[in-house]
Ligand binder design. Structure first.
Ligand code: GAL
Length: 674
């Protein structure tokens, strides 16, 4: 039977062999069944160019296997050793200002440098030939968090080749990039460089195309390593770990198509309650990229970086967070890292075995989580159709959308893609409903509401896709400043949002962002900030108008519903509480129910995961008062039947195998104070 994976990055090369033996004992005590080895081990595996020393790794994987612990084997290519730097100084990354980085940290490589690519392929092949059929091998973890951006000569040559493929002619590039402005017209491919530090504002189309190129270039580097692994005959699944929440160097949809298993590293950005919403966001995104089960490759054990400090994360929270990922399709909960380093750059990062050793609250938490995941084993087996979560609403996620909003000199510097998308997801999370993310062009007919919180630059195919969704009876909700430009960041003239004017039935003649201390009120009681637009109705009707400011009486939120579906436009930014109400209203209109309606607003998060053996209701109690939960099922955490009610303590969890099947009507759950 498939199991839930538990463990984390294991870096035995930092420790003497006596510690390895203790590690095996402690891993067994904690129920660890999976570790990731070799992530940054290049210097230990290939101490000199072409000279390999893998005896230590043979011993490590042998000891793990003897202890019944599986492993992901990483290719160590995120951290080239000093000999590589010395031999290939041209393969070091260059910053936009021309600074060439040197060895001394990690990720010091230029992704397009032939010497780097050759060396990466060689070490991948060496590992694949040596360990490709090891019985303990659970999968390949290629590289680590692709995302090092190079602006040097190798990137320049590769970027020029990429542009030639994309545009075919320099004239087409000039047209797309609007180079007539400021005399940027190119006459030959070799005049085009990566975007580098320049005098004033850079060209936005140039910036976005370079992002697209970097994602493709890193994917090519990944694919070369994967090909080496396959050529060596290994059949273990291949993954690489994406990074959330801030890493936006990859088009994750395109990458996910090439991964056998989608995995992610997720580090929360706040120790406050919003971190719980953040877990849900990261997990929903990754499940959606994967199109089914996925794996949480890294999270932190007992610390959360919070500005200047490392805030403490207690065991209850670590357990709730872990189950928040598993509830949304993760096949386990892995961490960075197993044993806290005694030195080096991340000595103060938390770990499953803290500096204090096994006699500590931290390790007790590790043991507790391991035991709990062991009791949930049956959850791991996905249903035949692979759909682990059933959602009626979806949110568009688009890497280009993020890249466009990073270009300079937009009408408001506060436009931030992740902030916009997270605000919509947060509202849905607070409403207690399941959410999928989708890519442009996906089959969205089954979703009752489709949100496009932000997509400044939109291509024609996306416009057609959205139009078809509405024509098919869907309810589309579009956020401000969406559809205003084409895929080359060129503004569509004639009124905003140029490409979506017809669909939305509005024509905007002025963007009127607000000052930081300004807000506006709407006639439905909502408050908005940062952004207003002068909207003319050309087919839509107003559902909310401004009651104050220069635009008083004019539409702020509109809806076109004269066809089979609805196309709604928010021409402002609702503050979170107002957005929450707006979203809750839409859900009610479409009869989209919370997973457990009685739980909404109580602090109890309820998520339903579908499995081969039925459906599982995950109850994660973030609130501070115990709750009594009653419904048909059996709590896998305590073994108790839930029909007569169970108490979920403040901070605690329950995972109920529901008596009704995963495809039948959702069982009814009652909630009351305990
Ligand atoms: C991850 C990385 C790990 C470790 C961790 C610390 O992004 O993959 O190697 O550095 O961050 O938070």
């Amino acid at each position: 039977m498939t199991t839930l994976l538990f463990g984390g990055d294991y870096n035995p090369e930092q420790w003497p062999r006596e510690v390895w033996a203790e590690d095996m004992t402690l891993m067994r005590r904690a129920g660890v069944n999976t570790v990731t080895v070799g992530v940054f081990s290049w210097a230990s595996l290939e101490p000199r160019e072409g000279e390999y020393d893998a005896g230590w790794l043979d011993d490590v994987v042998g000891m793990l296997h003897d202890a019944g612990i599986g492993f992901f084997l990483a290719t160590p290519t995120a951290s080239p050793p000093p000999w590589f730097t010395r031999a290939h100084p041209d393969a070091m990354p260059v910053r936009p200002d021309g600074t060439r980085l040197t060895h001394g940290s990690r990720d010091t490589y230029a992704i397009s440098a032939p010497a780097y690519r050759d060396a990466a392929r060689r070490i991948a092949r060496f590992l694949a030939e040596r360990y490709g059929d090891h019985p303990g091998l659970r999968g390949w973890h290629v590289h680590n968090e692709y995302g090092t951006i190079d602006h040097g000569p190798h990137a320049e040559a590769a970027f020029q080749r990429w542009l030639q493929r994309r545009f075919g002619s320099v004239e087409a590039l000039n047209d797309a990039w609007y180079t007539a402005f400021w005399s940027q017209r190119y006459d030959a491919w070799d005049q085009v460089t990566p975007p580098r530090t320049t005098q004033y504002l850079a060209n936005p189309a140039h910036a976005v195309d370079f992002k697209r190129f970097c994602s493709d270039e890193m994917l090519a580097a990944f694919t070369e390593q994967k090909d080496e692994i396959l050529a060596a005959g290994s059949t273990a699944p291949v993954t690489t770990n994406f990074m959330l929440p801030t890493w936006n160097h990859l088009d994750q949809w395109a990458w996910s198509d090439r991964l056998d298993l989608v995995s992610v590293d997720h580090y929360l950005d706040t120790p406050g309650p919003d971190g719980e919403a953040h877990v849900a966001y990261g997990a929903d995104l990754t499940r959606s990229w994967a199109g089914g089960p996925w794996l949480l490759m890294e999270q932190s054990a007992s610390g959360i970086r919070d500005g200047a400090r490392l805030a403490h994360k207690d065991t209850d929270r670590m357990i709730r967070n872990s189950l928040g990922y598993v509830a949304r399709g993760s096949q386990g909960s892995l961490f960075f890292q197993w044993r806290a380093s005694a030195g080096g750059s991340e000595a103060w990062h938390s770990a499953l075995v803290p500096h204090a050793g096994p006699d500590s609250e931290g390790f007790a938490g590790t043991v507790e989580l391991g035991a709990l995941l062991g009791r949930l084993e049956e959850v791991a087996e996905p249903p035949a159709d692979g759909r682990v979560v059933d959602a009626d609403v979806a949110v568009l996620w688009d890497a280009d959308g993020w890249w466009s909003l990073e270009t300079p000199h937009l009408p408001h510097d506060g436009l931030d893609y992740a902030t916009e998308v997270r605000a919509t997801h947060r509202a849905l999370w607070r409403a207690g409903v399941a959410v999928d993310f989708v890519r442009s062009g996906a089959d969205v007919a089954r979703y009752r509401v489709l949100f496009v919180p932000s997509l400044m630059a939109t291509d024609a195919a996306t416009v057609t896709w959205l139009t078809q969704y509405v024509a098919g009876g869907g309810h589309l909700v579009v956020g401000r400043f969406t559809g205003v430009a084409d895929e080359h960041q060129r503004v569509v003239a004639g009124g905003y949002p140029g490409l979506l004017r017809d669909l939305l039935g509005v024509r905007v003649t002025e963007l009127r962002p607000l000052a930081d201390d300004e807000t506006r009120r709407l006639n439905d009681g909502a408050t908005c900030d940062q952004w207003t637009e002068r909207v003319h109705l050309t087919g839509a009707r107003a559902v909310a108008t401004y009651t104050d400011g220069e635009l008083a009486g004019l539409p702020a939120v509109t809806r076109r519903d004269d066809g089979p579906g609805v196309a709604a436009d928010g021409a402002t930014r609702l503050v979170q509480e107002s957005l929450d109400r707006f979203v809750a209203g839409l859900l009610a209109e479409h009869g989209v129910q919370a997973v457990v309606p009685a739980a909404v607003g109580t602090g109890l998060e309820a998520v339903r995961r579908r499995g081969a053996h039925g459906s599982y209701l995950f109850l994660l109690h973030h609130g501070d008062r115990p709750l009594r939960v009653t419904g048909p099922g059996h709590d896998l955490v305590t073994g108790a039947a839930t029909d007569g009610g169970i108490t979920v303590r403040a901070g605690g969890v329950a995972v109920v195998r529901e008596t009704a099947g995963s495809d039948g009507p959702a069982p009814h759950w009652l909630l009351e104070p305990a």
